[in-house]
Design a protein around this ligand. Structure first.
Ligand SMILES: [Zn+2]
Length: 372
C-alpha cells in the first residue's frame, strides 16, 4: 500500500500506518469528544479531548491486536507475513500466500475475530465492575468493549473478503475438497453483503438525513471490489487450467551455448526475435537458465564481457515440472515469497524448456487478443 509510514515490528511482524488512517483517528477522536462531553458535563474541554484521544489510540490498538492474531497464527503455521497495515477501513495483514489446506485457512481466519470477541468480553467485564465509579475508566472500558465486540462480530459475517467469508470458504473447501467452488460461493455472498451495506446505509441516510450514515457505503464499495477481484482471479485460473507449461515454453525459450557473450544474445535473440528466456548449454548439456530480467539487471558495460555461462542461474537450483503441467499450478510457484527465476520443464530427465512469469503473461495476453 502506498504512502505507508512504518512504525516498527511486533513479534517480528512489520507494522505500518497508511496516511488514510489519520483521517479516521481524527474523526473518531471528534466523535468520542462529543460523546464524552455529554457524559461528563463538568469536565473541561482539555480533559475530554485527552480522554477521547487516548480512547481513539486504544481503538487503534484493538484493530492492531486483531490483525496480529491473524498474522501470528499464520507465522506459526509456516506462512510468512510481510506486514500489517492500518488504513481507513481498519487493518489488513499482508500474508505471503493463501493457506494450502482448509484447516490452516480456518484457524488463521478465525483467530482475529476470536481475539476481538474475547478482548471485548473482558473489557465489558471491566465496565461492569467499574460502572459505579464516578470516573472515566468505565466509559473507556465500555467504548473499547463494544468496539472489540463489533469488530469481532462484523468480521465474522460470512462473505469474502471478511474473516467470516474465509471461514466459510475453509469449511466448504474442507467438506467438498473444491477450493474453486468454496471461493466462488463465499465471494458471491461477499458481493451480496456489500450491496446490502450500500443499500442499507443509503436508506438510513435518506431516513435520517445524517451524512455520517453514509460511511458504510464506502465499506460496501471496498468489500464489493475485493469480492469481485477474487471472482475475477478464479476466472483467470480457469483460463490457465487449459494451458500446459510446454505450450507456454514453446513460445519463449531458446538454447544458447555457454561461451556466447550476453551482448551477442541481446543482438541476435532479444532485439532480433524478442526472445526472453535462454537455456544455457555446455557442449550440448543444459546447465542453467538466463532470463531477460537478469540481462536487464546487468550493467550494459558487462554485456560484452560476460558469457551466458557466467550469467546463468544453475539448473539444479530451479524447480522442475513435467511439460504437461497446467500453468495454473505454475502460477502458485511464482506467487511464492521467494519465487524462482524460472521453472524448468523436464521430460524423462531431459530439460526441454523453461518458463517464467513473463512467458505465461505474454502467452495468455496473445490468447486473449485472439479471443481464445
Ligand atoms: Zn480479521
Amino acid at each position: 500500500m502506498r504512502s505507508t509510514i512504518r512504525l516498527g515490528k511486533i513479534f517480528g511482524i512489520p507494522v505500518g500506518i497508511n496516511s488514510s488512517w489519520f483521517l479516521v483517528i481524527v474523526l473518531i477522536t471528534f466523535l468520542l469528544h462529543s460523546e464524552f462531553s455529554l457524559q461528563f458535563p463538568r469536565w473541561n474541554a482539555g480533559q475530554t479531548w485527552v480522554l477521547a484521544g487516548m480512547t481513539g489510540l486504544l481503538i487503534f490498538g484493538s484493530v492492531l491486536a486483531h490483525e496480529l492474531a491473524h498474522s501470528v497464527v499464520a507465522t506459526t503455521r509456516g506462512i510468512p507475513v510481510r506486514g500489517i497495515t492500518l488504513f481507513v477501513f481498519g487493518g489488513v495483514s499482508n500474508i505471503g500466500h493463501d493457506a494450502r489446506r482448509p484447516w490452516v485457512e480456518f484457524i488463521i481466519a478465525v483467530a482475529g475475530p476470536l481475539l476481538s470477541i474475547v478482548l471485548g468480553g473482558i473489557l465489558m467485564g471491566v465496565y461492569w465492575l467499574t460502572s459505579n465509579w464516578n470516573n472515566s475508566v468505565y466509559i473507556v472500558a465500555l467504548t473499547l468493549g463494544l468496539t472489540n465486540l463489533a469488530l469481532g462480530v462484523f468480521n465474522l459475517l460470512p462473505g469474502f473478503p471478511l474473516d467470516g467469508g474465509r471461514v466459510l470458504r475453509a469449511i466448504i473447501w474442507g467438506i467438498s475438497g473444491n477450493y474453486r467452488l468454496a471461493t466462488d460461493v463465499s465471494a458471491r455472498i461477499g458481493q451480496g453483503l456489500a450491496v446490502f451495506f450500500i443499500a442499507g446505509s443509503v436508506s438510513w441516510f435518506l431516513l435520517t438525513g445524517e451524512a455520517l450514515r453514509l460511511w458504510p457505503v464506502l465499506i460496501g464499495l471496498f468489500l464489493f471490489s475485493a469480492a469481485t477481484s477474487a471472482i475475477r482471479e478464479l476466472r483467470q485460473r480457469d483460463r490457465y487450467r487449459g494451458v500446459t507449461a510446454k505450450q507456454v515454453a514453446d513460445a519463449g525459450c531458446v538454447v544458447v551455448d555457454s561461451a556466447v557473450l550476453v551482448s551477442e544474445v541481446v543482438e541476435r535473440h532479444v532485439l532480433g526475435q524478442s526472445q526472453t528466456c535462454f537455456i544455457v548449454s555446455d557442449r550440448g548439456v543444459p546447465t542453467g537458465v538466463v532470463h531477460i530480467q537478469t540481462i536487464r539487471a546487468m550493467p550494459k558495460e558487462l554485456w560484452g564481457a560476460n558469457t551466458m555461462g557466467q550469467s546463468m542461474t544453475a539448473m539444479d537450483s530451479l524447480p522442475q515440472v513435467e511439460p504437461d503441467t497446467s500453468v495454473a499450478d505454475l502460477v502458485d510457484v511464482f506467487e511464492d515469497d521467494d519465487p524462482p527465476t524460472a521453472v524448468l520443464l523436464a521430460s524423462g530427465g531431459d530439460i526441454v524448456g523453461a518458463v517464467t512469469q513473463i512467458e505465461i503473461d505474454r502467452y495468455m495476453k496473445t490468447r486473449q487478443d485472439l479471443g481464445m
